[in-house]
Design a protein around this ligand. Structure first.
Ligand code: SF4
Length: 176
């Protein structure tokens, strides 16, 4: 991803079935966000007010697993309009916490939570199983951790902005 051109790299962040902890970790990059801001423009996600995913995004970080029909439609659209897709955090990478419902089946879970009747509208219809992102669309980069630390996210972003594939094998969720 070449940042030598004047145009900033467009970056989106997407929140599927996750706790927002991965987005909080992004914010924990703290003052280094100012450094990144010189090279990137956040064009979509919880940090900005854009309601529609842009036509073409250079880099999208996805938090959370694919748990509902809404998640499914969203990640397919995001993939279609994204050059480099990053699975950010264990929920996106493996299914993690949301996938704990998988052994019980959707009906049982809904009945348990919404006794006596599960909602039939407003609440997005759940998929039969929670899926990690790569089981739905191709993923380019995986950043595991629950959440990945701010150092991991920062290092990965710096590498991607420099046009390199981040080699995260020496970086743990606890930092560099
Ligand atoms: Fe939350 Fe962890 Fe999932 Fe990130 S990976 S959304 S911190 S549960």
């Amino acid at each position: 991803m070449n940042t030598s051109a004047k145009k900033k790299v467009s970056v989106a962040t997407v929140w599927l079935d996750g706790c927002s902890g991965c987005h909080m970790s992004l914010l924990d990059i703290d003052e280094r966000l100012l450094e990144l801001a010189a090279s990137i423009e956040i064009v979509y996600g919880p940090f900005v007010d854009t309601k529609v995913f842009p036509e073409q995004v250079d880099l999208t970080l996805v938090e959370g697993s694919v748990s509902s029909e809404d998640d499914l439609a969203k990640i397919k659209k995001v993939r279609e309009h994204t050059r480099v897709l990053v699975a950010m955090g264990d929920c996106a990478v493996t299914g993690n916490v949301p996938s704990l419902r998988n052994p019980f089946g959707t009906d049982k879970i809904l009945r348990h939570i919404y006794l006596p009747n599960a909602p039939t509208e407003i609440v997005p219809r759940l998929l039969p199983s929670v899926l990690p992102v790569h089981q739905v669309v191709p993923v380019d980069i995986y950043l595991p951790g629950c959440p990945p630390s701010a150092d991991v996210l920062y290092t990965a972003l710096v590498e991607l902005l420099a046009g390199r594939t981040p080699d995260m094998k020496d970086v743990t969720r606890f930092g560099k």
